[in-house]
Ligand binder design. Sequence first.
Ligand SMILES: C[S@@+](CC[C@H](N)C(=O)[O-])C[C@H]1O[C@@H](n2cnc3c(N)ncnc32)[C@H](O)[C@@H]1O
Length: 303
Amino acid sequence: MPTFSDARYLEAKKTIDDRALNQRVLASLRNELAARSESATTVLEVGAGIGTMATRLIDWQVLSRAEYTLLDLELELLGEARRRLLSFGHERGLVVDEPGDCLRLHGANVDVTVRFVAAELGAFLESSAGPQGVDLLIANAFLDIVDVPSTLPRLFARGARGGLFWFCINFDGETMFLPEHADDRALLDVYHRSMDERVRHGRPAGDSKTGRHLLLELPRAGASLIAAGASDWVVFPSELGYTADEAYFLRHIVNTIRAELERHTEVPRAMLTAWCDERNAQIERNALCYIAHQLDFAGRLPR
Ligand SMILES: C[S@@+](CC[C@H](N)C(=O)[O-])C[C@H]1O[C@@H](n2cnc3c(N)ncnc32)[C@H](O)[C@@H]1O
């Protein structure tokens, strides 16, 4: 059985997120940020992984002057984030300084200082550590693995009055593989149910319909929506094969489903093995397509 790397998975996911992120929702966020003061935007990104979003927002000119905190549970992923930001800065011709534990990337039209916080989100929000009163809260492919109703109010408490949020790539209950397989429904139903039942760090951790539930949970927590829209992952082979490292992304997804379903005794092992073997063979032949339905949201924090 091959071993799988979370860092490589998150790197492979970048081109897929680049296509998927809802540009209308992002444009609303961009407009809101542009209308604000000239001072640096303070950002807290939770579940930030290898820091892909920070580099994307600089590249896409959404952020130019920022104090950006990356929070993640995994120290190793944050180490990778630091390495990636360093080489990103050098590749873009920026000056890269390392004052204390931070990383500062600056040059023409860019001045972004990045801080790294290794912490479990729930414990972090109960503490007084880290930034307070931030202008922008970000979570990408993250809110669907935490308990949204109890997390939002505590996360919002880290925001400034009049601050903004951008919560993107929130899974919303639909996973599709093509070509269809007779056992898709049986296996994916259990997989989705496992998201609803998941417990991590002593707390409920996710919901297979997080996307649609955020439409009600965000206002319930006092936030107001500015924009919402779909951000489905659509992975497919062109005649040259899969883009970038997206075949690895697909193998990782199939392996994640296998690892989860192996823990469910109601799933016949032979059925699961045959399904995973078939899906992996299709990836090898550039013959598997994958769609995951997701939603993005931008808005204002509670006043
Ligand atoms: C699906 S990844 C998304 C990473 C990044 N936002 C991206 O889109 O590339 C989820 C990230 O959340 C982190 N994570 C999971 N549970 C967490 C928790 N309770 N507190 C802090 N980070 C957590 C994981 O280590 C992982 O890096």
